[in-house]
Design a protein around this ligand. Structure first.
Ligand SMILES: [Zn+2]
Ligand SMILES: [Zn+2]
Length: 141
């Protein structure tokens, strides 16, 4: 990939398709979560025309843990940790004022949920936790 969007030096960029690289680059450079249509708007110049192209790329990126979907916003973010690729709990703190999203993991919560699921024989595919409120900056303002 020799285009400008591949200029970042993250290790995850090497075996992505062109569209996956473009979509991930757009998410990685965004200040906040983007809807599929936001992404499409930003990539029209790069030749993406159809929402389906964006959705296909997003599906693959999410499968690999490189991007996450924020269910409550119906929007997407690049994974904050290129090494996470984690199964299990992924938590997001979403600021309702500035739109900032912090991704984190908490082994203790993960463990508690694991105990709950184990006791009920529930096979967990993924857990996404979304906390809404104000980030430290906005809360202080
Ligand atoms: Zn992640
Ligand atoms: Zn904020």
């Amino acid at each position: 990939m020799g285009d400008d969007h591949a200029g970042h030096d993250h290790v995850w960029a090497d075996d992505l398709t062109k569209n996956q690289g473009l979509v991930l680059g757009t998410l990685a450079h965004s200040d906040g979560p983007l809807s599929a249509y936001d992404i499409l708007d930003k990539l029209r110049e790069d030749g993406l025309r159809a929402p389906l192209q964006v959705y296909r790329a997003l599906d693959k990126l999410m499968e690999r843990g490189l991007a996450h979907r924020l269910e409550s916003l119906n929007a997407f973010v690049a994974c904050a940790d290129a090494n996470c690729h984690r199964r299990g709990l992924i938590a997001f703190a979403i600021c309702e004022d500035c739109g900032k999203v912090d991704e984190f993991a908490d082994p203790l919560i993960d463990e508690r949920l694991g105990v709950w699921a184990g006791a009920r024989g529930f096979a967990v595919a993924r857990t996404t936790m979304e906390i809404r409120g104000k980030c430290a900056n906005c809360a202080a303002a």
